[in-house]
Design a protein around this ligand. Structure first.
Ligand code: FNR
Length: 205
């Protein structure tokens, strides 16, 4: 049993004893870049969540472009199948994404499409969701944030509305180890996480 598994086991056991359900949040980062600011920002969230919450970072790097033939022929790639099952196990989803050309990066849109099919088996259906958009620029990836919301409507992902999380000028907010370097951003992200957890609770009632 690896350290991560021991921690998880201890967590589950502790939560079981105090009657608290572990909440699994799938985290989808819209960048494959080695030094992605979005991923660094997302990594910081692990320190801001309560003990009964687990962030499952879902890998998008192995997903081939969606081709409906795979599903129509009943031969989806293994990566599709494991991606869909990982998502299915999540109680909620959090998108942390940059903006590409004023929209959602293809890697994230592809993952969204894969999760939405085959027809009638939309894995996103009814899940509470939230978005943090990230950019080195001033506009804070507003375009990606809102294009994502447009897909969420059709997928029936139930989005947290407030607070909205637009993180601009990201380079200035991270230190050389990728940690957030200022209290204001940490406080904002804490309030965002608290609102999201409350929202998840409301949706799941
Ligand atoms: C970008 N970038 C960018 N930034 C932005 O704020 N709005 C935009 O529309 C775009 N468009 C865009 C297109 C493409 C193809 C690339 C590669 C980049 C810049 C982008 O925000 C920057 O590269 C970030 O560092 C990408 O996020 P990660 O990889 O650091 O998470």
């Amino acid at each position: 049993m690896g350290i991560a598994n021991i921690t998880r086991y201890t967590l589950l056991y502790t939560n079981k004893r105090i009657g608290m359900h572990t909440l699994y949040i799938g985290v989808l980062v819209g960048s494959l870049r080695r030094d992605s600011y979005s991923r660094k920002l997302a990594n910081n969230l692990a320190a801001l969540i309560p003990e009964h919450v687990q962030l499952n970072f879902i890998d998008l790097s192995e997903l081939p472009m969606y081709n409906q033939d795979f599903d129509d022929d009943g031969t989806p790639p293994n990566s599709y199948t494991s991606f869909r099952s990982s998502l299915k196990r999540c109680d909620a989803v959090l998108f942390v994404t940059p903006e590409y050309n004023r929209s959602v990066p293809a890697v994230l849109k592809n993952a969204i499409d894969i999760g939405s099919r085959p027809y009638g088996k939309n894995i996103w259906d009814g899940k509470p969701g939230a978005i943090i958009s990230v950019s080195p620029g001033h506009l804070s990836a507003f375009g990606a944030n809102h294009h994502l919301r447009q897909s969420m409507v059709f997928l029936n992902i139930l989005p947290l509305q407030q607070p909205e999380a637009y993180i601009g000028n990201i380079k200035k907010l991270l230190d050389e180890n990728g940690k957030i370097n200022n209290e204001e951003t940490i406080l904002f992200l804490k309030s965002f996480v608290a609102a999201f957890l409350k929202w998840i609770e409301q949706v799941r009632k």
